[in-house]
Design a protein around this ligand. Structure first.
Ligand SMILES: *Cc1c(COP(=O)(O)O)cnc(C)c1O
Length: 397
């Protein structure tokens, strides 16, 4: 008879390095953590951050938490020397809990309740954004401790996610806003903008940098404040399925425009999607299937109300594939789990015949996916699992 002590299975040891983008490791993580999953590769977070650093030398990068507010991403970027762009009390609490120095953080929501300002100031933040005269008096109780960036709007009707209608003051209105801040005794550090997410080309960034260059100089001539900071926002694009645009080439005209700024102007940026997007995949399982009108319908445990919510809110389309090879490829539909008819992820796909439990992987699903998921119909959101948390790591979660 076997010794029962020896018969006990050994705890499975993790590979030292997990490449979450390979089928074997995906299966292994699902076996361990269940489905659906959002697998975050901190190694990819690092490579994205470093690539943007190289593309924008001298620019301080503040990761915008909004697309993927996960502690592992924050800690990874903190170890790389990055800063953070926060917009809500919840985001302030997340970085505070992780012990991040508030001097590394800026608060960029242009419209805030006084309590949001109080919470952020209480956590030690100093730099805030405003874009209209009614926002300015909210800072008066903290006049001596806060500094402002005034957000300018640049119309981008062609952008997939145009933010210029909702936030920002027109360039023509900036001098009056800057004068008002000065009258109130508020210290304006400089200007910021966000040209809209997933910019199709660098032209909007370029126009915005050049206009802000002029506005900074004019405000400085009027002695309205230091005006020595330019925040060029986010919007840096990634490839969904298609080849990723080369970030070095995208940023080349920006580098040239930034090099023309006076030396005293400090430049920062607020990338979100570029860092988080390629760094995660979504993994869902087939719950059941049916043949309808000549198509196989596969019902997954994640969908448009879950991590695929970005297909609605963010207008993104994630490349999806089945982790099953071989066999004839048949016209197929991938649907989410809820009882709502719009909850369909992709139609007219050619997939091998799948069965219950088969895995479906969505690529480039780090940004604006799980962050906007709900638990509609009580289908639980995907579990976020972070791997490769520190360089040369053991792959700990
Ligand atoms: C959403 C947001 C970002 C991040 O934008 P990306 O396009 O994801 O890089 C940066 N700054 C502000 C103020 C935002 O609202």
């Amino acid at each position: 008879m076997q010794n029962p002590r020896r018969a006990r299975p050994k705890p499975r040891s993790r590979p030292r390095w997990i490449d979450p983008f390979t089928p074997a490791h995906i299966r292994r993580l699902v076996a361990e953590f269940g489905s659906p999953l959002l697998i975050i590769d901190c190694a990819r977070v690092r490579t994205q951050y470093r690539a943007l650093r190289r593309a924008l030398p001298g620019v301080g990068l503040h990761y915008a938490l909004k697309p993927l507010p996960h502690a592992a991403v924050v800690e990874t970027l903190h170890a790389e020397g990055g800063g953070f762009d926060l917009a809500t009390t919840g985001e302030v609490q997340l970085v505070s809990r992780l012990g991040i120095d508030p001097a590394l953080c800026i608060h960029t929501h242009p419209i805030k309740r006084p309590i949001d300002i109080r919470n952020a100031v209480g956590a030690g933040l100093r730099v805030f954004v405003a874009d209209n005269p009614d926002e300015l008096p909210k800072f008066l109780p903290w006049r001596t401790s806060v500094e402002l960036l005034l957000r300018i709007s640049f119309r981008a009707p062609g952008a997939i996610c145009d933010l210029s209608r909702k936030f920002g003051c027109d360039p023509e209105a900036l001098p009056a806003l800057a004068r008002r801040a000065h009258e109130l005794g508020l210290r304006v550090r400089g200007l910021s903008f966000h040209v809209g997410s997933q910019a199709p080309n660098p032209l909007k960034h370029l126009e915005a940098i050049e206009t802000c260059h002029r506005l900074l100089a004019a405000a400085r001539r009027e002695r309205l404040g230091p005006f020595d900071t330019l925040d060029i926002g986010g919007g840096f694009p990634i490839g969904y399925g298609a080849r990723a645009p080369d970030i070095g080439r995208f940023c080349a005209p920006l580098r040239a425009a930034l090099a023309r700024l006076p030396r005293r102007v400090r430049v920062i940026a607020e990338p979100g999607r570029y860092i988080a997007g390629p760094a995660a995949i979504g993994v869902a399982s087939v719950m059941g299937r049916a043949q309808r009108e000549g198509h196989w319908w596969y019902y997954l445990d994640d969908g448009l109300y879950g991590a695929y919510s970005g297909q609605l809110y963010d207008h993104a389309h994630y490349p999806v594939e089945a982790l099953r090879d071989g066999g004839e490829r048949l016209p197929s539909v991938l649907a989410g789990p809820t009882c709502d008819s719009i909850d369909v992820i992709a139609e007219n796909l050619l997939l091998p015949r799948l069965k219950e439990g088969d895995l479906i992987v969505g690529r480039s699903m780090g940004a604006y996916t799980l962050a906007s998921a709900s638990d509609f119909n009580f289908f639980p959101r995907a579990t976020a699992v972070a791997v490769n948390r520190s360089p040369g790591d053991t792959g700990g979660v």
